[in-house]
Design a protein around this ligand. Sequence first.
Ligand code: ADP
Ligand code: MG
Length: 340
Amino acid sequence: PSAPPRRPIRELPDELISQIAAGEVVERPASVVRELVDNALDAGATEIAVKLLAGGVRAIVVEDNGAGMPAEEMPLALRRHATSKIASLAELEQVETMGFRGEALAAIASVADVALCSRPPEAAHAHRLDARSGELSPAARGVGTSVEVRELFFSTPARRKFLKTDATELAHCLEAVRRHALARPDVGFAVWHEGKLIAQWRRASGEQRLRDVLGDDFIAQSRPVDARVGPLRIFGRAGLPDAARARADLQYCYVNGRYVRDKLLAHGVRSAYEDVLHGARQPSYVLFLEIAPDRVDVNVHPTKIEVRFRDSREVHQALRHAVEDALALSRAGAPPEATP
Ligand code: ADP
Ligand code: MG
């Protein structure tokens, strides 16, 4: 077969670059929820409301009471590679915010209708920016930001076809908020669907938040984990072997407050259960790792769901031992903790 005729090399138009990049960041409504809640947390919000229509496909509105944005910066927030969170490589290596790539809002705005409404404390009123028209107008709201995302993938029907039923997309959105809620008991979360409040987690202690999100059964059937190994702190709860499940649907791992899905971490935890869990049974756990930011690279994946550790063996071992210690306690017949 003859080779296709050669076409000249061209630079892609900006819009298309954003749409391509959006493929990495925005898979479904839940990815949008995740990014918008990340932004609200980075803005120091203490109350976050997520309002959805049709499982998030028709609309996702995230409202926060964080620091807001001055009107003149709102157009920049939507530009690719524009961020207030890092300014240098040195800052990237020490980054403690959820975001830093300056990509999410630009990506989302390239595959959906986006509007921002924001008011910083020093502003007399809010401003609203419509991304499509670029129109900036005065608006009414308290200090903080609302981001509205409508008609996800309306211009990319091929991608829209990959969406599942509204009920499934809603479940993924709820899970995205749940992941944040577990890590941030100091922040109140509310989720609305079609005008109805479907989940609410009020500000609470860490222990209480785990109970509120995962239920009394998980607390009763798990043990606290709290270990310090070298530069690493590991805390949270590990499920008793008896409470293992058929599915890996209650496994939460965080690194410096960021939810991650990491084979190394999962394997470290799993290895602690080696002798007590048989077959395909899956342990339940919520584990938070804290490590100096320069010992972990969070910039390996566009959604930052994967991380790379400088010393991965050490982390693996530490995790294994922390969970083993927590479980050994229960094997020795420690009484279940009193409920508060
Ligand atoms: P990143 O989070 O990586 O900086 P984003 O595209 O998610 O990139 O956001 C771009 C910028 O818009 C942020 O750096 C921040 O300054 C601003 N921003 C976005 N969402 C909010 C919010 N909820 N409150 C205040 N500022 C926000
Ligand atoms: Mg962001």
